[in-house]
Design a protein around this ligand. Structure first.
Ligand SMILES: Cc1cc2nc3c(=O)[nH]c(=O)nc-3n(C[C@H](O)[C@H](O)[C@H](O)COP(=O)(O)O)c2cc1C
Length: 175
């Protein structure tokens, strides 16, 4: 495979992982994953993101209680909370911050997959009680809004890559 095939394969083989082994992710890999988030595009290049990297076992286990669909944190060996900084939003177009944080979140998932590390995006924003849970837990400043909660770890399950391509959803030059 040439370089571009490898990159495409890494993008196209990403899938959610919800069960992890207890093998730790190295600091080097975590740094690569976090750094990839910063290369995401953002509206007006405002980069309105902040990240909480979690490796503490007790904190990871507590993340399983944030909402009913986050139980994979019982086996995750790391986690990342992508947050939006409301002081860095575009005036009159504030909601673009969610797209910026989505791009950062996806970069994290793709970087993890390229390192054979499993991940799953669990939704936080805009569910008020989930945002409040994390704001209280981490004592976040008022201008910091938790956006996504990502579980990370080496996969303890087989990959379930779905072929989601649907040619009917691709419209060429006109609808
Ligand atoms: C905004 C958003 C919120 C999500 N929330 C959860 C979640 O709370 N728990 C979960 O297990 N998966 C969650 N997912 C993952 C989706 O369920 C998953 O991406 C989808 O089923 C497609 O599967 P794939 O990631 O393996 O391609 C979320 C994904 C997105 C984009």
């Amino acid at each position: 495979m040439n370089d571009s095939d490898l990159i495409l394969d890494s993008i196209n083989s990403r899938c959610s992982t919800r069960c992890f082994t207890d093998k730790k992710i190295s600091e080097d890999s975590l740094e690569k994953i976090i750094k990839s988030a910063f290369t995401a595009p953002s509206a007006c290049n405002l980069q309105p993101w902040e990240f909480i990297l979690i490796t503490d076992k007790d904190t990871l286990r507590d993340m399983a209680d944030v909402h009913p669909f986050a139980s994979m944190f019982k086996t995750a060996t790391a986690g990342i909370i992508v947050c939006g900084n409301m002081e860095k939003c575009i005036k009159n177009h504030e909601e673009f911050w969610t797209q910026d944080c989505s791009a950062a979140t996806e970069n994290i998932l793709l970087a993890a997959n390229s390192l054979d590390i499993g991940s799953v995006w669990t939704g936080i924003y805009p569910v008020t009680e989930r945002c409040r849970y994390l704001s209280d837990y981490f004592n976040l400043p008022d201008n910091i809004m938790p956006f996504s909660l990502i579980a990370l770890g080496y996969p303890g399950q087989k990959k379930n890559i779905m072929d989601k391509y649907d040619e009917n959803k691709v419209h060429f030059d006109k609808w």
